[in-house]
Design a protein around this ligand. Sequence first.
Ligand code: PMP
Ligand code: GLU
Length: 395
Amino acid sequence: MLTERIRRVKPSATLEITAKAKALRAQGRRVIGFGAGEPDFSTPEHIKEALIRALEEDFIYYTPAAGIPELRQAVAEKLARENRVSYDPEREVVITPGAKMALYAAIQVLAERGDEVLIPSPWWVSYPAMVELAEARAVFVPTYEEDGFRLLSDAIAERITRRTKLLILNSPCNPTGAVLGRSDLKAIAEVCQDHDIFVISDEIYEYIIYDGEEHVSIASLDGMKERVVTVNGLSKAYSMTGWRVGYACGNAEVIKAMTRLLAHSVSNVTSFVQKAAVAALQGPKQEVERMVRAFDERRRYIVRELRSIPGVSCVLPKGAFYAFPNFSAYDRDSFRLANYLLESAEVAVVPGAAFGEEGEGYLRFSFATSMENIKEGMERIKRALEEYPKTSSGS
Ligand code: PMP
Ligand code: GLU
């Protein structure tokens, strides 16, 4: 009954682990969740107020499929101001239900059967699924712990064939926390220009960046704007995961095609949510900065704790809110280890293998949860691991 393309797509491991932890909690079990990749803060008040105001003003009708003009304008201003790329709000910006739909639509309009799409590995779970749904082929570009999971331009170049159409970039990266610097991006841009490859740049964790690292948009580099679709959203920056609002900026022809896809599928992002999104983009940033400071404190703590476990190594993430420690000294099967931690310690983590072959042996810990939970969770893990047979022989 079902199509080949949907049968090939696996459920989202990140959403499933989040749902599983919530369901166990509803049964009264005291599960500590390091699974969910979503900020644990409330959405800032002024954004909520803007939504309520829009509802009171009866802003409840269909909007243009590309989004309301004032929101597209606010997005274009944000990119010009913060990312140093100028986009025409009427032709080069589209508002989407979450960054996820921006990625999905961009892949749908840029890749098809016979095309190859380069995805750095470990990857966020939805990229390969989206490529499958476009009937294109995902080609993985490995990144390694020894390099701090930085994506190297040579590794990209080695995997380019006649069929390579697209490269998906995600800096700061989910799940590794790697951040690509200006020189890394320049080298990657050069490879893309030499081989005429399009780039989708997922910058959803842009603000969640530490130690004075600079977020650089690849679209801002010389000659790149026309071949890059910049994707971003409000979920992580303003703690608005459930609101579903994101956007894409790029080449007018690509944006127009994406808008056509949206018009025939979702119509538009919820009208009053779009009004609130204008308030988010134009409003004060103190709340965002407060969240990032809290993530930074948790990051340092959790990485220290993880490194204190014998046999475990952990790269200090430069961005996003995930730690990606190497637990292969305990078990090379990360699904088995994650299950054990959930059953015996009531701690939810995402097995590294959910993020591809290069993730096997690792676990992803989202530290978008309170310090109290992190402390308790780490104590439970340490206790549970004392009973876990180490499998350094490689079972
Ligand atoms: N990209 C990455 C790397 C993510 O981690 C997420 C989180 N779900 C998204 C995109 C999608 O975010 P949203 O659809 O909530 O904007
Ligand atoms: N991006 C988050 C995560 O990786 C949320 C879940 C999802 O959309 O996949 O956990």
